[in-house]
Design a protein around this ligand. Structure first.
Ligand code: 13P
Length: 341
């Protein structure tokens, strides 16, 4: 594969495929495994991820890249093959989460800033040697009656830009993820409030990327959709699609090759329907696809349940969701395709 940043960025966010976000940190994957009654150990975490990456039909046809957690990039499959090599063998690109998580921001009660810039240059060089060709850094912005503050948005945007510049120096495509939460507390905000905050966040992020001399053609944006809070969901599919596209058009330069959404707590089918409605209904300068974690894995996790005899069922569930979202990335999904399966 080409090592040009522009080519890697185009390869991971194409029409008709998308990204599997399997980069849950040790704490987050423990919650996922707890939910199916499986103890989280290095081995069960490996087994679970190996099941996903060996779902050949899904990986070859619908998945362009996989975001990994540090542990996974270093792990080997049961037969000794590095997991990153399993991914590469399917034609997908291995990626790596490099942020250190959102931590309380000093002097800004209730707000966070993502840490992890110290030593990042050295870590990126190692990740490149381990085979990663793209990375992810997630900044988190919560909405409440009074938040977010301009200062917290600024701090998160600045960190994203410094991360992105370091990635490109290392030959790694940065996925820039400024997530305006739908599932934060209290989660009762309207879709219009989400629009307003997302617009401000994206404007701030692109100003910072410019100041940091980040090459946008070698960058992928991973935004939230414009959607109402989890405890106030009422916006229609058409409303979410229209407002999300309008907000992106107002803020995201056309030189960005691809935009890959997070699912953020939407149901599996909502996340698919929204993506498809955008691609079917609007002309846009960028490819619009998925970089889903929960919305690609929830059904698979349940079908697997940690039992070796259920691996094929888990892979079928993952393949189905991957296919539905791949169709959505070309605007070709419809609800009756869910029923057919
Ligand atoms: P969700 O799709 O579950 O939001 O996860 C995507 C992700 O990578 C969040 O950082």
């Amino acid at each position: 594969m080409s090592e040009r940043l522009e080519d890697i960025a185009a390869a991971i966010a194409p029409k008709g495929k998308g990204i599997l976000a399997a980069d849950e940190s040790t704490g987050t994957i423990q919650k996922r495994l707890d939910s199916i009654g499986v103890a989280s150990t290095e081995e069960t975490r490996r087994d679970y991820r190996e099941m996903l990456f060996r779902a050949t039909q899904a990986m070859e046809n619908y998945i362009s890249g996989v975001i990994l957690f540090d542990e996974t990039l270093r792990q080997k499959a049961a037969d000794g093959t590095p997991l990153a090599d399993l991914i590469k063998a399917t034609g997908a690109v291995p990626g790596i989460k490099v942020d250190g998580g959102a931590k309380p921001l000093a002097a800004r009660p209730g707000e966070n800033v993502t840490e992890g810039l110290d030593g990042l240059r050295e870590r990126l060089a190692e990740y490149h040697a381990l085979g990663a060709r793209f990375a992810k850094w997630r900044g988190v912005i919560a909405i409440s009656g009074t938040l977010p503050s301009r200062g917290a948005i600024q701090a998160n945007a600045h960190a994203l830009a410094r991360y992105a510049a370091l990635c490109q120096e290392a030959g790694i495509v940065p996925i820039v993820e400024p997530e305006v939460l739908m599932d934060g507390e209290p989660g009762d905000h309207s879709i219009d409030r989400c629009y307003e905050v997302t617009e401000h966040v994206l404007r701030t992020v692109f100003a910072e990327l410019y100041d940091a001399r980040v090459n946008l053609e070698g960058t992928v944006l991973k935004p939230n959709m414009v959607i109402d809070g989890k405890n106030a969901r009422q916006a229609s599919v058409e409303d979410v699609a229209e407002k999300t596209v309008r907000c992106l058009k107002a803020t995201v330069p056309a030189t960005i090759p691809g935009i890959a959404f997070l699912s953020g707590g939407q149901s599996d089918e909502e996340a698919t329907a929204h993506l498809s409605a955008m691609n079917a209904g609007f002309d846009m300068p960028w490819n619009l696809t998925f970089s889903y974690g929960r919305a690609l894995q929830a059904a698979c996790l349940k079908a697997w349940g940690g039992k070796p005899e259920n691996i094929a069922a888990g892979q079928r569930a993952f393949t189905h969701r991957a296919k539905m979202n791949a169709l959505a990335s070309a605007g070709n999904w419809s609800a009756d395709l869910e029923q057919a399966a």
